[in-house]
Design a protein around this ligand. Sequence first.
Ligand SMILES: Cc1ncc(COP(=O)(O)O)c(C=O)c1O
Length: 403
Amino acid sequence: MSHAVTRALFDEVMVPNYAPAAIIPVKGEGSRLWDQEGREYIDFAGGIAVSCLGHCHPALVKSLTEQGQTLWHLSNVLTNEPALRLAKKLVDSTFSEKVFFCNSGAEANEAALKLARRYAIEHGSKDKTKIIAFEQGFHGRTFFTVTVGGQATYSDGFGPKPGDVEHIPYNDLAALEAIIDDQTCAVMMEPLQGEGGIISPDLAFAKKVRELCDKHNALLIFDEVQTGVGRTGELYAYMGLDVTPDILTSAKALGGGFPIGAMLTTTEIAASMKVGTHGSTYGGNPLACAVAETAYDIVNSEEVLNGVKQREQWFREALDAINEKYQVFSEIRGKGLLLGAVLNEQYQGRARDFLVAAADQGLMVLVAGANVVRFTPSLIVPQADVEQGMQRFEQAVAKVANA
Ligand SMILES: Cc1ncc(COP(=O)(O)O)c(C=O)c1O
């Protein structure tokens, strides 16, 4: 017996940890989506900063199709050509010398944290286990990564957590100086907090984090799961900060919509991940790596990276113009195409109302906490889609403001 595939089926058969919208998209092309009823949406959410080249980009479809007809899966008992090619490109284009592949951002961060602990124990002492991270940070939902993320609502209620993890406010140098010591194995930070509200680091703070890590022989881990692969207008955000981490994690846009994660580091640090210390059955899967290689080639070009900076301007100008009329935002913040419109006093806690109103107008946006409307569109979203999307957003803002 076949069942109607409706939103009601979600409540019937899915674990209730998500609350998806009432509509079900069935088709995507570029920066547009269509639902089961054929209604069209402009997509400024990009599957939460994932679909860096929009939906069904022809070059990604080609790579997926070709690899799909060639070789799908081996496991890490054998290596494969797409994984080796992608790893070489990541190494050649970043500070890194070694790559570990996995399937998601959380897994990349889990690997980074385990590696940092292992490295510190091997090179310092067995007490060098302290991990310093930041309030409102987000690093994924495995128990280690959610514990290192600085949001109790996500990490509490599951019993005893992995230990020796400390949180301090982002951009608070005095707090870091007070807490970092020779027992610190790593500092983990997003080089622009995404889920926590689109918060940029002060350049001086980022440099000082690096210095303090060096002073105390602690590793600096940059979680670039959301910022990486062109999102900020740099290939990786660390390049714009002029601060080089010891370990960097990448996922989301890396696969352009196909699940993949990667942890990048140096040869010296990577040596602590000896055979058998860590692994993943799917990590480095040929399908994922073939698609990611193509996405990476396209994004890692002056045309796309400069295009992100151009598009940031379009977004900022349109949001400023909307704000002049309706006075709803106190600030537009972020970098590249990771932008947040911060709600002013009058609209505190109502970011979701704007998201819902936008969807009603045929526009997908995101929130970053209760007070920020977040935009993470395709890095190549056409100007016409930005203009039309912003017209729809203006209508949504008008609805909320005039309600
Ligand atoms: C900075 C950051 N790290 C890690 C993650 C987790 O990635 P995933 O959901 O692929 O596990 C996210 C997801 O939003 C993220 O924004």
